[in-house]
Ligand binder design. Structure first.
Ligand code: ZN
Length: 525
């Protein structure tokens, strides 16, 4: 291995393009030179400069080094100069600011989000903004395409994070861990045009439109007369269609899809599908067109999600929605139906796996026929019994989305390294649960979870091994992360400090848990 000064002195430093491994001599040399601990995997050479992430106590800093008289533009930080024999080395030690994150993405394209390919993909939400290195470790070697920047607007509001912070956290995380294979970014569950504007400005590349508020769940059990009324009253102008046109197009039609899947829409099925999803389709089209205008010539991807609605999406309804979106010119890469069974937050699937599989096969056949696009599995955290089924049935056409589970596993790390803090968080979660659960699909009650005073220190993490404990801590994250004591956060800073002080324990716990999600959908099983 060449040493850093000799690499910098050479004409071509691109031979440092692969991430360094632990105990690499060049990384050691860099650490000594900078007087900080360098993250080995972050070291990268581009052009005539070397970039790396280093740590001084709990602060992480971007370091850029080059040989005078060359120079590097775009970054701001404290200047360094080393005189080593004939070689005059210059450098900058930069804070992880928004401007430096942006400059890093400009310089090292693998630090910027990009469009996904057609392989199976996995989205890992990160509520604390420090889990990306763990997510990288979980995904490495699986062949699955990752989304490392992913958060719903609701979660951003509840955690007080901005779209830009979500992107920047992923940028710093992939840089730290040396992930050079690209990652996606998913602005999740967008409901209003202004959500699109904020996320587009931050550099998101994928947008998940959630028209769930416009789904008419009453149509599920409405009688023929009511359905006919609802059908007539749809916003036909917005749908660029009419009652007779829609009837002619779908009623009584049978579609033969691959794998022997048949989708039949009787007159009644059509009315129900249209009554239930017609306004949601119109809203999705509106959002899509807004997105097209906002993005201009920047490429982007779209997902449509109706997973958070009260009633399951039947294959016939999925077919109708997708066929209508297509007719109206919407282009999308994935669609999240509401599946049969229960996808409660933070715990395994509840329901018949046979029925799940039968329906899933039909959803995939529709996606292959009208797309191809991926079937997106939301609330994907901890649904261990369904991943293998989904991967087997979907082939490449599968996206799995997880959000809360990395936070829960971070709390497991907190229980290990700072039991006192975990006790306080748990006690607070008990107070908040009945209020916070309102907008979540959960069934746990507080009586099912052991209270902090009943637990010894080494039993605290066991709260996260039972469904009710996971849900209790899952839905109270917003209250925990934004709680204040006087003029400072009550828990958030202490959680972050504990996890940064024990970074490897945190990364290891989260990576192992996420790996259990990714392994069943890995291309290298
Ligand atoms: Zn969702």
């Amino acid at each position: 291995m060449q040493t850093i000064p000799s690499l910098l002195a050479g004409k071509d430093v691109s031979n440092l393009s692969a991430a360094l491994q632990k105990d690499d001599a060049a990384a050691h040399e860099l650490s000594t030179l900078l007087g900080m601990i360098v993250y080995e995997r972050s070291v990268v050479a581009k052009g005539s400069a070397i970039y790396c992430l280093a740590r001084k106590e709990l602060e992480k800093l971007l370091c850029v080094l080059w040989i005078a008289p060359r120079s590097v533009e775009g970054f701001s930080g404290n200047g360094l100069a080393f005189g080593r024999k004939r070689i005059q080395m210059r450098g900058l030690i930069c804070p992880r600011s928004e401007a430096n994150a942006s400059a890093l993405r400009e310089t090292l394209s693998f630090c910027a989000p990009q469009l996904l390919d057609r392989r199976r993909s996995f989205g890992a939400g990160d509520r604390l903004g420090i889990a990306t290195p763990a997510h990288v470790r979980a995904i490495r070697g699986t062949g699955v395409s990752p989304i490392f920047a992913q958060q719903s607007i609701r979660e951003m509001e509840r955690t007080g994070r901005s779209p830009q912070q979500v992107i920047d956290s992923a940028t710093w995380g992939v840089f730290e861990e040396g992930w050079r294979d690209g990652f996606g970014s998913d602005a999740d569950h967008l409901k209003r045009p202004e959500d699109i504007d904020r996320c587009a400005a931050a550099g998101f590349t994928m947008f998940t439109i959630d028209p769930g508020d416009h789904v008419d769940n009453e149509a599920q059990s409405a009688n023929a007369a009511i359905l006919a009324k609802k059908f007539d009253a749809l916003p036909w102008a917005e749908l660029e269609s009419t009652v007779p046109k829609c009837r002619k197009q779908y009623a009584g039609k049978i579609s033969d899809l691959a794998g022997g899947v048949k989708i039949t829409l009787s007159e009644q099925d059509l009315m129900r599908a249209a009554a239930k999803y017609g306004k949601a389709i119109a809203h999705t089209v509106k959002m899509y067109r807004h997105l097209v205008t906002t993005m201009g010539n920047r490429p982007f991807e779209l997902e449509m999600s109706v997973d958070e609605t009260a009633t399951p999406t039947t294959p016939a309804e999925h077919y109708f929605v997708a066929a209508e979106l297509k007719r109206l010119g919407v282009k999308w890469v994935s669609l999240a139906p509401r599946f049969v069974g229960d996808f409660e937050k933070g715990i395994d699937y509840k329901g018949s796996l046979d029925e799940f599989e039968r329906r899933f096969v039909e959803h995939v056949a529709i996606a292959a026929h009208l797309g191809p696009y991926k079937i997106s599995l939301h609330s994907g955290s901890d649904k261990f019994s369904v991943y293998a089924i989904a991967a087997r049935c979907a082939g490449d056409l599968l996206h799995v989305k997880t959000a809360g589970t990395s936070y829960l596993e971070a709390l497991r790390a907190v229980a290990t390294v700072d039991p006192g803090l975990f006790r306080e968080i748990l006690a607070f979660a008990f107070e908040r649960y009945d209020t916070d659960r309102a907008t979540y699909h959960v069934s746990a009650t507080t009586s099912q979870v052991r209270r902090p005073e009943q637990l010894k220190d080494n039993e605290l993490a066991s709260v996260l091994d039972v469904n009710a404990g996971r849900q209790l801590l899952h839905v109270t994250y917003g209250s925990v992360l934004t709680a204040r004591e006087g003029n400072k956060p009550r828990f958030k800073d202490r959680i972050l400090t504990a996890l940064k002080q024990h970074e490897e324990i945190h990364y290891d716990i989260v990576a192992k848990h996420i790996r259990r999600h990714v392994d069943p959908i890995s291309y290298n099983r």
